[in-house]
Design a protein around this ligand. Structure first.
Ligand code: HEC
Length: 109
């Protein structure tokens, strides 16, 4: 019986390690899909596509991270067809960097 409890604990801890490794994707799912769509395909009248976006695929990782950390509003706003601002994400620098990796990597596949 005791062994089974340990085994369950071990499996659960591996499951959590798994999610920690997929951080960028998990953060994207939690914080970005409401506006940018589940696959980053964008949403009409809401937010631009991130999949296939030149800013994301060809831009510098630091510029993309800055947009995520600081958002984009006022004079910095680029797209008139999306009336709302890109809000500040409130993410830590490290979490934002993980999201950038996901945006420039797996999301584009
Ligand atoms: C409330 C809706 C909303 C949420 C939530 C949101 N965004 Fe945005 N995002 C926008 C809008 C609107 C723009 C376009 C701003 C503009 O006009 O320049 C944008 C622009 C961007 C851009 C620049 C795209 C380009 O082509 O210039 C990136 C990158 C981006 N968002 C990433 C993210 C990430 C990553 C998250 C999650 C951490 C996120 N956004 C969450 C609304 C949102």
């Amino acid at each position: 019986m005791r062994n089974i409890i340990w085994l369950v604990a071990l499996i659960v801890s591996f499951a959590f390690a798994g999610t920690a490794m997929a951080d960028g994707a998990a953060t994207f799912k939690a914080k970005c899909v409401a506006c940018h769509g589940p696959k980053g395909e964008g949403m009409k009248g809401m937010a631009p596509a991130l999949k296939g976006s030149e800013f994301v695929t060809k831009g510098k990782a630091d510029d993309v991270k800055k947009t995520i950390l600081e958002g984009r509003a006022g004079a910095a706003k680029k797209y008139k067809q999306f009336p709302i601002d890109m809000p500040k994400s409130g993410l830590s620098d490290a979490d934002a960097a993980d999201v950038v990796k996901f945006l420039q990597g797996d999301l584009q596949k």
